[in-house]
Every structure is written in C-alpha cells, then in structure tokens.
Design a protein. Structure first.
Length: 206
C-alpha cells in the first residue's frame, strides 16, 4: 500500500469510527395492562419508567413485541423497552429488539423483580441463572448472548400460605420495594452516562 492509499484508508476508517453512535438497550420486565400496574411483578416496568423520567423521556411506539422509546443521551442512543409479550415470553421481545437495533448483549441491561431478595435490596450481575424468575428464563432461552447486565430488585417473599402467583400479581405494599426501584434507576442512570458494569456493581449492588 503506497502512502496516498494508506492515508485514504486511515481517514476513511477514522471517519467511520467517529460517526459510529454508541447504543444501549434498557429493558424492564413486566406485564402490560391496567390490571398489572404497580404490581410486584411489574417492578421492572416501574424501574424503567423511573429512569425515563430522569432523562425526560416519555411515550413509546409499538415494535419488536414491545413499547419502545428512544433518546440520544450524551451522544449515546438509548432504547428503553417494555415487552408486551407478558412476562413468561419476555425472551421473544428481547431477541427481536437485539436483532432490530443490532445491540450486543454487553450493551444491554435487563431489570426484573426478585422474590429471593429482601424488599429494597438491589443485586447487579452480568452472568448467572434465572433462578425462579420465568421472565428471565425466557430471556436466557432466546437472547443473543448471556453476558448482559441483570439488575434484580428485591421484592421479598410472599406471606406464609400465600400463593406465589397471587403475591407477584398483587399491588406493591412494601415501601422498601420503591426504595429498591430508586436505587436501581440510579445505577442504570450512571451506566447510561458512561459508568462501567464494575463501577455500578460496586456502588449499588448488595
């Protein structure tokens, strides 16, 4: 390659890199419908709404089996999504979103409720099993890669003799759950603005 061709190659490739827009995908798991608003199992949706409020993002259009809002935040294109597949088929929406926007797993955050954590406790991981969460089981089944950031917001266990389904579909009564939602939203806000996985894990995860 002569000098002229080398500099042409350098400038062309440098320009491509400069014009590339970083993209991040934030997904809150839950169930659509008025009857599911403010329920334990919709903690992921509530956290996503809190993050969107922080950045002044509202609305959403139907695509990829989800309600999707997009925003440019500090030079990063951020996609906020709420699957409309209902919880147990969340993975169908996640893989559709990944294919549509070309987002790598490492640039994706998924928020879920977790009955195995006390209310208000937030745990942040980038690997691991789905535990007892059917929505995350579906995500791991369909997702293109499993090294995405998982943010689990503790909602506590059901009362003795209470059916699990009845509990997760009941309205949130423990105020600590809302504290956890706020903590999780702050962690994702930092991540969107450039904090690394390790940084938000060390700062917010219990």
């Amino acid at each position: 390659m002569n000098v002229k061709k080398f500099f042409r190659f350098f400038l062309q490739n440098g320009e491509k890199k400069t014009n590339e827009v970083m993209m991040k995908l934030v997904i809150g798991l839950g169930n659509v419908g008025k009857e599911f608003q403010d329920t334990v199992h919709n903690t992921g949706f509530l956290t996503l709404q809190k993050i969107m409020q922080k950045f002044g993002v509202s609305g959403g259009k139907k695509m990829c089996n989800s309600l999707v809002s997009e925003a440019n935040i500090s030079g990063t294109k951020v996609i906020f999504a709420r699957p409309t597949t209902y919880m147990n088929n969340s993975g169908v929406a996640v893989i559709s979103l990944q294919k549509k926007f070309g987002v790598d797993a490492k640039d994706m955050v998924i928020i879920q409720d977790d009955i195995d954590l006390p209310s208000g406790i937030v745990r942040i991981r980038n690997s691991g099993s789905a535990g007892t969460h059917n929505g995350m089981k579906s995500v791991l089944e369909f997702s293109n890669g499993d090294d995405f950031v998982r943010i689990r917001v503790g909602v506590g266990k059901q009362k003795e003799n209470q059916d699990l389904a009845d509990y997760v579909l009941s309205k949130i009564k423990n105020k600590d759950t809302y504290t956890g939602i706020e903590i999780a939203a702050n962690a994702i806000e930092d991540w969107i603005l450039g904090a690394t996985f390790t940084q938000i894990q060390q700062k917010y995860s219990k």
